[in-house]
Structures are given as structure tokens and as C-alpha cells.
Design a protein around this ligand. Structure first.
Ligand SMILES: [Zn+2]
Length: 508
């Protein structure tokens, strides 16, 4: 019994105290991964430092002040290592200089300890044959080191600056001595981690503090010219999302990527003073539902009603339900129209392995209470297919079919009757008599309300086979960004904006 108590006390002491969202929290963002790259150029504004960091501690291993351009390579050559380990770069520097003065290429290596290495050789035998020649010039015996799949080499021009083992757990952190570094023509804050994996060799990771990361996210997700309270609401959703999704790419050694797969991050270049202020003024603030950080999905424009997540992705969350959203009406994307030809639709469907022959009709067979289509029927000469939830957007294209809140109009299909016969025809070059008895010729891109005597039907006249009229842009779940903008303009604060879109949540 006594032992168990002692153990549980120890466990309590060992539990990490995580302070999510605090400005000192670090996050790792994958800048380049997956694809095979052989070399990486980096530019530092005031040189760089290699060290280890955890929480608020940074322990420098060595630095290169004033070296601004470096190239990272995979370790592909053999070398000779002096069999002597050093505690620090200071302790090593005399030995390093003495060898260098003899005209020999020499450089420090970190491989769970500091060592001196010499040269780059194409083969083991080539390296071995140099041992006798070098023996007298080196303080210690020499051994051949093979190229390693976990090592990277840092070059400055043609000189090897430093070589190290990137294996996880003891991976070094490469920190800018100035404010930023440049990778692939873009500036990023703070520093990097380099990792090597079989399926992602090399992996370039930007390590920076949470707020610094959010500075580079906010203007990419919402225009930094928008009102501050809307930007603050966006900052809280972006921070909550980052914390909630942290570690999504842990198999490749980082937390989040820079694209819409996670959330778009543009680094230092995309920052703006107002959006940075929105991040600072909400520092550490997250959106909670009960004790859990909320899933803060957001979209461009709700079109008048937000979506219940259940009808889009199938999952259920009490705070991601449909809310009436007049704030989104009247802004960009709140009304849109696309035209589709039968040919286009047949191609699109067959590309998605839906083969139902010639398209006859597209019709909405079910809608949710917020006006979003939940079942869309495609009828063809060889069969029919129902696409549910958000699948029609995936098939037709997320930017083409902007939202699931739409109606489909089949064109060229009015039935005209006179005493003699019934004719199915299009509205092209027809005369219509309106309810106030005015006669006019049909105009393209117009919708006409036609009464059959029993019911009214909207008919669109265009050259396309189908016209889709819709509202809003995006999946419709959670915060509408255009709605948030309007709310901020009307004087709502960022927390009021969040509480409107995420029911029953709390900012803290
Ligand atoms: Zn991602």
C-alpha cells in the first residue's frame, strides 16, 4: 500500500505541466517534406546558432556569427574521425585550428557528443589510405566513418562548417541570430529543425513560438485590413485549431504543415501590424466547450445560415450546429451562380468513377433545415446516382460549387401547350406574358417564375443545360468570416462573434 502511494505521488510530479497557448509555447511547422530533395539553401540575416531547446531554455552548442549563406546536404561521403570527444566547442577549438593550419579540411561533428572529422572521401578505402599520411598531424587516432542516412552536412560555399546527426530526440535546433532566416525565397521567424526520414528526406521544419506562428497565419486566413475584432476572433480560432491539431504530422517530426491541409501559414513576409496586434491582444486565449478546446472550423461565408457539421461531415458536436446568420448576407459569395452543360457533367462524373450514361437530370431530393442540399440525384441514360452531404462539392469542385446551399434549375425544358399540341422547348426567343399582362421577349441569364395553375416553378433561361444558384462559400461549419467582419463593423467584440457562431462555448 505504501509503495503505491509513493508511486502515484511520483507520477503526479512527472506529469508535464503544459501551458497551452501561452506565448512561450513552441510549435513546429513543416516547410518542406515528403518530396525528395538533395540540398537546401538557407540565408540568415546575422548568422546562426546550433543548440538544444526545451520550454524556455536554449543551450547553445556552437554558433557561426556573420555566416549568412549556408547549404544543407545529406551525408553522402566517407570521412575520418578523431577518436576523442570534446565537452564543448571551446575545448575543441585549439585542436581544430591546429589541424586547419596544416591545410587539412577539418570540421566539428555532433553525434551524441562533439568530435573532429576530416575530409570527404568517395570510398572507405580512399579514406583508409589517408590515415597514415594524417596520423602525425592529428592529436589522437583516426577511424573511417561511413555516410549516414541520419546525418546532414552544413556547407558555407565549398567549406564544411558542421555535420550532425538529426535523429529524433537529440535533434539540433538551428536558430537565427537575427530576427529571421530565408528559405526558398521567403522569410521565417526564429529557427529550424532538420530531420531525415526515408519518406521525407530532407524535412525542413520552422520552430517558433505560438504567437509568432499565428502572425504568419492570420493574414493568410483573413484580410489584415478587416476590423480588429474580426481579426481577434480569427486569432482565437487559429490558435485553438493549432493546439487541437498539434502533432498531426508527428510521423515526419513536426506539428502542422503550411497549407489548407492544416491552416495556411505564410511566415514573416505575410505579417501585418494589425493582424499581429490581434494575435497579441488575444495571447493565450482559446475557445473551450466545457473542458475541451473546441473544434474551431470556419469558412468564408455562410450564405445566411451556418451548417450543422452532422449534415456536412457526419460527426456531431453540440456547438457546431446551424445558426441563423444574417451578418453574412450581402457580402461577397452570398449569392452565386454556375452553369453546367450535360457534356461537362458527364465528364466530371466519369472522372469520379460515376458512370450513368448521358445526363438527363440533376435534382435536389433532400435539404437540411439550414437550406443545404443533403442528397443530390443525378439521373442518366444508364442509371442514377445520389451524392450525399458534401460529396457533390468534391465531385464538381470546391471552388466551383461554392457551398451546399443551392438550387438546381434545368434549362430548355418548359412545356408549352396550345389547343392543338404540347411542346417541350427552351425559353430561347419566346414571348412571355407576365402577371400584369405585359408581353416581353425572354432574356438570357434570367430566372422566370412560371405558374402552371396549380404551382409556381422557377425556370432559368441560359444556354447551359443546368444552372445552379447558391449562397455562401465553404463548408458552412462554425464561424463565417464575412459574417464576423460584419459583426465587428456593427460593434460586436471578438468573444461575442465567437459565441454567435460556436454555441455554448467560452473564451479563456
Ligand atoms: Zn497539414
Amino acid at each position: 500500500m505504501k509503495k503505491i502511494i509513493v508511486l502515484s505521488v511520483l507520477l503526479l510530479l512527472l506529469l508535464p505541466i503544459t501551458s497551452y497557448g501561452l506565448e512561450n509555447d513552441y510549435i513546429d511547422i513543416g516547410l518542406k517534406f515528403g518530396s525528395q530533395i538533395d540540398e537546401v539553401d538557407l540565408v540568415f540575416d546575422k548568422g546562426m546558432s546550433f543548440g538544444f531547446n526545451s520550454a524556455n531554455n536554449y543551450n547553445e552548442l556552437l554558433s557561426f556569427k556573420g555566416v549568412s549563406n549556408i547549404t544543407l546536404y545529406k551525408d553522402t561521403t566517407y570521412s575520418l574521425q578523431v577518436k576523442k570527444s570534446y565537452k564543448s566547442i571551446d575545448e575543441m577549438s585549439n585542436d581544430l585550428e591546429a589541424i586547419r593550419k596544416k591545410g587539412i579540411e577539418v570540421y566539428p561533428v555532433f553525434d551524441n557528443g562533439l568530435y573532429i572529422r576530416i575530409g570527404k572521401y568517395k570510398s572507405s578505402s580512399e579514406a583508409k589510405s589517408d590515415i597514415n599520411k594524417l596520423k602525425s598531424k592529428v592529436n589522437g587516432s583516426l577511424e573511417v566513418k561511413e555516410p549516414s542516412k541520419t546525418f546532414v552536412k552544413i556547407y558555407s560555399g565549398k567549406n564544411t562548417l558542421f555535420v550532425y546527426n538529426t535523429v529524433d530526440g537529440r535533434s539540433l535546433y538551428l536558430k537565427s541570430l537575427g530576427d529571421y532566416f530565408q528559405f526558398s525565397g521567403k522569410k521565417y521567424r526564429n529557427g529550424l529543425k532538420i530531420a531525415r526520414y526515408e519518406n521525407s528526406d530532407l524535412t525542413i521544419i520552422n520552430r517558433l513560438r505560438m504567437n509568432e506562428y499565428l502572425y504568419g497565419v492570420l493574414p493568410r486566413e483573413m484580410s489584415s485590413s478587416w476590423p480588429i475584432e474580426a481579426l481577434k476572433a480569427q486569432a482565437v480560432t487559429a490558435r485553438s485549431f493549432a493546439i487541437k491539431s498539434r502533432g498531426k504530422h508527428s510521423s515526419m517530426g513536426f506539428d502542422l504543415c503550411t497549407t489548407t491541409d492544416c491552416q495556411v501559414y505564410g511566415g514573416y513576409d505575410s505579417e501585418g501590424p494589425i493582424s499581429n496586434r490581434a494575435v497579441d491582444e488575444t495571447s493565450g486565449k482559446l475557445l473551450y466547450f466545457g473542458n475541451d478546446i473546441a473544434n474551431t472550423y470556419y469558412h468564408s461565408n455562410s450564405g445566411g445560415y451556418t451548417a450543422n457539421i452532422k449534415n456536412i461531415w457526419g460527426a456531431e458536436y453540440p456547438y457546431l450546429v446551424s445558426v441563423e446568420d444574417s451578418f453574412s448576407i450581402g457580402s461577397p459569395h452570398s449569392d452565386w451562380k454556375i452553369e453546367l452543360s450535360k457534356d461537362q457533367m458527364e465528364n466530371t462524373l466519369s472522372k469520379n468513377d460515376i458512370n450513368i450514361g448521358n445526363i438527363k437530370d440533376i435534382s435536389v431530393i433532400d435539404k437540411s433545415i439550414d437550406g443545404r442540399v443533403t442528397k443530390l440525384l443525378f439521373q442518366g441514360s444508364k442509371g442514377s446516382k445520389v451524392l450525399e452531404r458534401e460529396l457533390p462539392r468534391k465531385v464538381i469542385g470546391y471552388t466551383k460549387l461554392k457551398s451546399m446551399n443551392f438550387d438546381v434549375y434545368k434549362n430548355s425544358s418548359v412545356i408549352v401547350k396550345n389547343q392543338a399540341k404540347t411542346l417541350t422547348t427552351s425559353l430561347k426567343d419566346k414571348y412571355i406574358i407576365s402577371s400584369d399582362s405585359k408581353k416581353s421577349k425572354t432574356k438570357q441569364n434570367q430566372i422566370y417564375v412560371v405558374f402552371s395553375g396549380k404551382e409556381a416553378k422557377e425556370i432559368s433561361y441560359s444556354d447551359a443545360d443546368f444552372t445552379i444558384h447558391g449562397h455562401g462559400f465553404g463548408h458552412g461549419i462554425g464561424m463565417s468570416q464575412y459574417g464576423a467582419k460584419k459583426m465587428a463593423e456593427l460593434g460586436y467584440t471578438y468573444d461575442q462573434i465567437l459565441y454567435h457562431y460556436y454555441k455554448g462555448t467560452a473564451v479563456r
